[in-house]
Design a protein around this ligand. Structure first.
Ligand SMILES: NC(=O)c1ccc[n+]([C@@H]2O[C@H](COP(=O)([O-])OP(=O)(O)OC[C@H]3O[C@@H](n4cnc5c(N)ncnc54)[C@H](OP(=O)(O)O)[C@@H]3O)[C@@H](O)[C@H]2O)c1
Length: 274
């Protein structure tokens, strides 16, 4: 079975660098997809309250028989539940749906800056962490000014910022800020939901190594130092996306992919998504 490297987060907790995402997968189908992923060797699962499939994830985990400590489960607080009391209640509800007594990582899903609640919300996450119900806490879709504000007004540096990140949106400045502050960079839509898989440079590299464009993109993420959580409901793609440890991109390959950065957002802009 493939061995996925771990990333050590800023509080010492380790997280697999490659995990499995379940955005847009209906709850019933999620159980099958996560069961396949666990069977293939994934140990990190990324869900969110808004995905409506935490129960499906929980069922697959329970049925797997895997020891809880071998799994890394991430879920996220939805926007309308920001604010101290709502956050604490929403977290309880997520744990209930997952059927777990703790998660490994709990994230604020979006900063929703117009609501101006993310500092208060993050303090609720600090309480969840202190209570031992999340092993690490962090954020998602935070831009540098949002992170600066958190660092200024809260006590615990986020372990992770999960942001849209792929060859079309490489987030160079944000990644440098993360590195400076000990925040791990996690890329969502690591394949740009397929939008970069036809890029000429990526297809060319894939042909040279006898792998698929998706494998090249995932390899680029791993060599860049990103944590990634590709999603697939297709059995052979689930396996393929984990099979990225048998080849290595050269500096020239990495430079060719660096040239594909073009401000390509497949999802909302965090500054205006409220
Ligand atoms: N924090 C956030 O705001 C946020 C936002 C979006 C996503 N996420 C997380 O990030 C995860 C991944 O992002 P994503 O689901 O948006 O997109 P993604 O992983 O970049 O791409 C998923 C799409 O690519 C296809 N695909 C997967 N593997 C492939 C392969 N080897 N070859 C060709 N096509 C392949 C999938 O098709 P099939 O499934 O049909 O195989 C699906 O259509 C999500 O599931 C979620 O956990 C977080």
């Amino acid at each position: 079975m493939t061995s996925v490297p771990n990333v050590t987060l800023n509080n010492g907790v380790t997280m697999p660098q490659l995990g499995f995402g379940v955005f847009q997968v209906p709850d019933e189908e999620t159980t099958t997809a996560v069961a396949r992923a666990l069977e293939a060797g994934y140990r990190s699962i990324d869900t969110a309250a808004i995905y409506g499939n935490e129960r499906g994830v929980g069922r697959a985990i329970a049925a797997s028989g895997l020891p809880r400590e071998e799994l890394f489960v991430t879920t996220k607080l939805w926007n309308e539940d920001q604010g101290r009391d709502r956050t604490l209640a929403a977290f309880d509800a997520s744990l209930g749906r997952l059927g777990l007594d703790h998660v490994d990582l709990y994230l604020i899903h979006w900063p929703t800056p117009a609501r101006d609640l993310y500092v208060e919300t993050y303090k609720a996450l600090e309480k969840i962490l202190a209570d031992g119900r999340a092993r690490a806490i962090g954020v998602s879709n935070f831009q540098i000014p949002h992170l600066r504000r958190l660092l200024e007004h809260t006590g615990i540096t986020p372990a992770v910022n999960q942001v849209e990140l792929h060859p079309g949106l490489q987030q160079t400045e944000l990644r440098a800020f993360h590195a400076e502050h000990g925040i791990a960079t996690e890329g969502w839509s690591p394949l740009a939901q397929g939008a970069v898989l036809g890029d000429e440079a990526i297809v060319g590299i894939a042909e040279a190594y006898g792998v698929t464009p998706a494998q090249v993109v995932l390899r680029w993420h791993l060599q860049t130092g990103n944590i990634v959580i590709p999603k697939s409901v297709t059995a052979d793609r689930i396996r393929q996306n984990l099979d990225v440890f048998g080849f290595e991109l050269t500096d020239a390959d990495m430079a060719a992919i660096a040239g594909l950065d073009r401000g390509l957002r497949t999802g909302p802009d965090p500054d205006t998504f409220n």
